[in-house]
Ligand binder design. Structure first.
Ligand SMILES: [Fe+2]
Length: 389
């Protein structure tokens, strides 16, 4: 996150002597990104973070592709993704390309007997249903409905759920996920026109420092495989850290919508950016107030980006027959727009309660076998004037 955070105890100067009460040294770790050019965190550990005891297993969790090249619009009924006890096993990749995986998950239990680390990708976890606590090596974050949890690559974490009814929409990104550059000044501070500011961003507040030795299983994701690695010390053994590279939470309910006299384009909804896709939040807002305005969007030809919408709540004004938990995929290369009747229906409306997350990828997405299990194969015909689908 592009602002400074400090938690726990750290010495006054980096790379200097920092001793435990018994006189031994703490073990310093610089956790950097983009070599030494990106955001970094400097943490102090009870034990060496390098004590690998055993590498037990290696297995692929790469998605199986059903449609590698696709020009068909799809609707995926997301709540039909089965509930699965284990957090990692519950994660089903729906859409994928070489920059990201778009995942749905309905885990019913907390991660108990292992820790998880994704070495390749930042993870953006949107909480559609469920409350609990994200526990990480750099501190904990409480979460609830509407939260985005941003876990930078390499951060070891566990996730605790309060109940068994959880629904997650996850974007796993091989490109770093940032807040949009145009929202920030040259120092990184979020500007007045940004739809959110630093006060809306929740930083880790609770550091767990475990001074334990034994056998600690970390499931490490790398290059589409999980490696089951056993470490000799507890991964949450940080006494303190500071820097810019840490997990954080932001609630979609804290996104302040930008409205206008006529229809505002999707970039006003932008929440996160990478160099390979953007993420936007569509939130309850007042509609356009020009007396002749049409609040529904116009047809548009996103010729060079695939558009994924995840519907969270409210009546989505431009679509017929869309429910919470659904995903729509509108692929690059063909135009899409409001369903028949939606533009007329929107005229004169004052406000919308819609809540949705959009991911626009610059490279085409492949449709997975998991997605085909919950796909509406006829959705692509749903714009026909006399269309029954
Ligand atoms: Fe669109």
């Amino acid at each position: 996150m592009p602002f400074y955070h400090k938690l726990g105890n750290i010495p006054p100067k980096r790379h200097t002597i920092f001793r435990k009460p018994n006189g031994d040294l703490y073990y310093e770790q610089l956790f950097g990104t983009i070599g030494f050019d990106g955001m970094s965190t400097n943490s102090y550990h009870e034990h060496r973070p390098t004590q690998v005891k055993e590498i037990r297993k290696q297995y692929s969790v790469a998605p199986k592709i059903a449609k590698a090249n696709n020009i068909q619009s799809y609707r995926l009924r997301g709540f039909q993704v089965p509930q699965v006890e284990d957090y990692l096993e519950s994660r089903k990749i729906m859409l994928t390309n070489s920059d990201c995986n778009i995942i749905l998950a309905a885990p019913t239990t907390s991660t108990r007997d292992y820790f998880y680390k994704n070495t390749d990708a930042d993870e953006l976890i949107f909480i559609h249903k469920g409350t609990g606590k994200l526990r990480t090596m750099l501190g904990n974050l409480d979460f609830k409905y509407g939260d985005y949890l941003l876990v930078p690559r390499g951060i070891i974490y566990k996730i605790d759920f309060d109940t068994d009814d959880n629904r997650l929409f996850i974007v796993e990104s091989y490109r770093p996920i940032y807040t949009p550059k145009r929202y920030r000044n040259w120092f990184g501070q979020l500007l007045e026109h940004s739809p959110f500011c630093e006060r809306d961003i929740r930083r880790p507040y609770e550091l767990e420092t475990n001074n334990e030795e034994g056998e600690f299983l970390i499931k490490v994701k790398k290059q589409g495989d999980i490696f089951e690695m056993v470490y000799a010390t507890h991964p949450f053994d940080v006494i303190g850290y500071d820097g810019y590279n840490y997990p954080y939470a932001f609630s979609i309910h804290d996104f302040e919508p930008i409205t206008g006299r006529i229809h505002q384009p999707p970039p006003v909804h932008q929440t996160f950016e990478t160099d390979a896709f953007v993420i936007c939040s569509f939130v309850p807002r007042l509609y356009d107030y020009h007396p002749q305005s049409i609040p529904a969007p116009y047809n548009h030809s996103n010729i060079d980006s695939d558009e994924v919408l995840y519907y969270v709540d409210g009546d989505f004004m431009s679509r017929n027959d869309i429910d919470a938990g659904h995903i729509s995929l509108h692929p690059a290369g063909i135009p899409h727009g409001p369903h028949p009747g939606a533009a007329e229906r929107s005229i004169g409306k004052m406000e919308t309660e819609e809540l949705a997350v959009m991911v626009d990828t610059f490279k085409p997405l492949q449709v997975t076998e998991e997605a085909m299990k919950i796909a509406d194969e006829d959705y692509y015909k749903s714009w026909l004037e006399n269309g029954k689908h």
